[in-house]
Design a protein around this ligand. Structure first.
Ligand code: GDP
Length: 298
C-alpha cells in the first residue's frame, strides 16, 4: 500500500530502532526514556513535542503490560497524542462549489499537490476546475495548466501579472455556471513581504466569499516535509497571514524524518489532511494516523 512504500525511509530509521529497543526491553528507566527522546529528536519531532511524548510514555507506564510489546505501547502513545478525532472533517459546500485555496512557498510541491488533488477528487467522481491564481511566478500558470489539461479539467487563468483576485472571480463564476464541485485555487507563495502576502490573501478570501458565500471552505498549506523544523517556522508566517485550515505534507517519501507530522500537528494545531508520498498524481493519501504509524513502524 502507498503508506508502506512511501514511508519506507522513515520506517527504516524510526521503526527499526524502536523495534530493537522493544526487543531488548526490560522496564522503563532513564536510559530507555533517553533513547526514546533521541529517537524522536532524530525523527524531527522537535524538542517540545518530543518532551511531551516522553512524558506521556512515562506517565502511562502502568498500562504497558496491556500491550504485546513496548513497541505497541509506544505506538498507542503516539496515536493518542496525535488525537485525530479532534481534527474534524474537511468542509465541503453543500450549496455549490467548494473552493480550496492552495498556499505554500515555491518548491514546496504546491503545483504537484494540486495535480494530485485533481486526480484524487476525480477518482471520487467530483467535477473539478482549477484557478491559476499564482500569476506572478513565471511558469506557474503554465505548469498548473499543463497538469489540468493532462488530467482533463478546466483551468481558468488570466494574463501575466493580472490581479490574482480577478482571476479568482472569473474562476468562481465559471464554477457556479458549470456546476463544478471543487474549485482549486493555486495562489502565489511569496513570503518575501509578509504584508503583501497577507493583503493579497485577504483580498482573495474577500472576493471569493462575495461570489460564493462561505468560500473558500478550506485553505491548505503545502509544506515540504524534508525542510523539517524550518518548515514549521515558515508555516507560522502563513498562519499569521491567513486562516489555514489544513496542512499537506509533501515529499514524505524523501525523508527518513517522518516524525515531522507529529511536530506539525502539535505545534501548529492544524489538521494534517494529506501526505505526499511521491511525484505522480496518485501519490497522495488522505492522512490517517493509524496508516501513518504503521507506515513508520511495522
Ligand atoms: P511548487 O513550486 O511548490 O509548485 O513545487 P512543485 O509542485 O513544482 O514541486 C517541486 C518538486 O518537488 C518537483 O520536482 C516535484 O516533482 C517534487 N515533489 C512534489 N511533491 C512530492 C512528493 O510528495 N514526493 C516527491 N518525492 N517529490 C515531490
Amino acid at each position: 500500500d502507498k503508506y508502506l512504500s512511501g514511508l519506507g525511509r522513515s520506517r527504516k530509521s524510526f521503526g527499526d530502532r524502536i523495534r530493537s529497543l522493544s526487543n531488548s526491553f526490560h522496564g522503563i528507566d532513564d536510559d530507555l526514556l533517553e533513547e526514546i527522546m533521541i529517537l524522536l529528536l532524530e525523527s524531527d519531532v522537535g524538542i517540545h513535542t518530543a518532551q511531551k511524548i516522553v512524558d506521556r510514555f512515562e506517565e502511562n507506564a502502568s498500562h504497558i503490560h496491556e500491550y504485546e510489546s513496548m513497541e505497541d505501547y509506544f505506538i498507542s502513545i503516539l496515536h493518542d497524542f496525535y488525537d485525530q478525532e479532534q481534527d474534524g472533517f474537511i468542509h465541503y459546500n453543500e450549496e455549490g462549489p467548494t473552493v480550496i485555496f492552495m498556499v505554500g512557498v515555491n518548491g514546496s510541491g504546491k503545483t504537484t499537490t494540486s495535480a494530485k488533488l485533481i486526480q484524487y477528487y476525480k477518482d471520487l467522481d467530483m467535477s473539478m476546475a482549477v484557478a491559476a491564481a499564482d500569476t506572478f511566478r513565471a511558469g506557474a500558470v503554465d505548469q498548473i495548466e499543463t497538469w489540468a489539461n493532462r488530467l482533463g479539467v478546466p483551468c481558468i487563468k488570466g494574463a501575466p501579472n493580472q490581479d490574482p483576485s480577478s482571476v479568482l472571480v472569473d474562476a468562481c463564476r465559471y464554477a457556479k455556471d458549470h456546476q463544478i464541485d471543487i474549485l482549486l485555487a493555486d495562489t502565489a507563495g511569496r513570503l518575501q513581504t509578509k504584508t503583501n502576502l497577507m493583503k493579497e490573501l485577504s483580498k482573495m478570501v474577500r472576493v471569493c466569499d462575495r461570489e460564493i458565500p462561505g468560500a473558500p471552505q478550506e485553505v491548505w498549506l503545502v509544506l515540504d516535509a524534508t525542510t523539517g523544523q524550518n518548515g514549521i517556522s515558515q508555516a507560522k508566517q502563513f498562519l499569521d497571514a491567513t486562516q489555514v485550515s489544513g496542512i499537506i505534507l509533501t515529499k514524505m517519501d524523501g525523508t527518513a524524518k517522518g516524525g515531522i507530522v507529529l511536530a506539525i500537528h502539535d505545534q501548529l494545531k492544524i489538521p494534517v489532511r494529506f501526505l505526499g508520498l511521491g511525484e505522480k498524481p496518485d501519490d497522495l493519501q488522505p492522512f490517517d494516523i493509524n496508516s501513518y504509524l504503521m507506515g513508520i513502524t511495522k
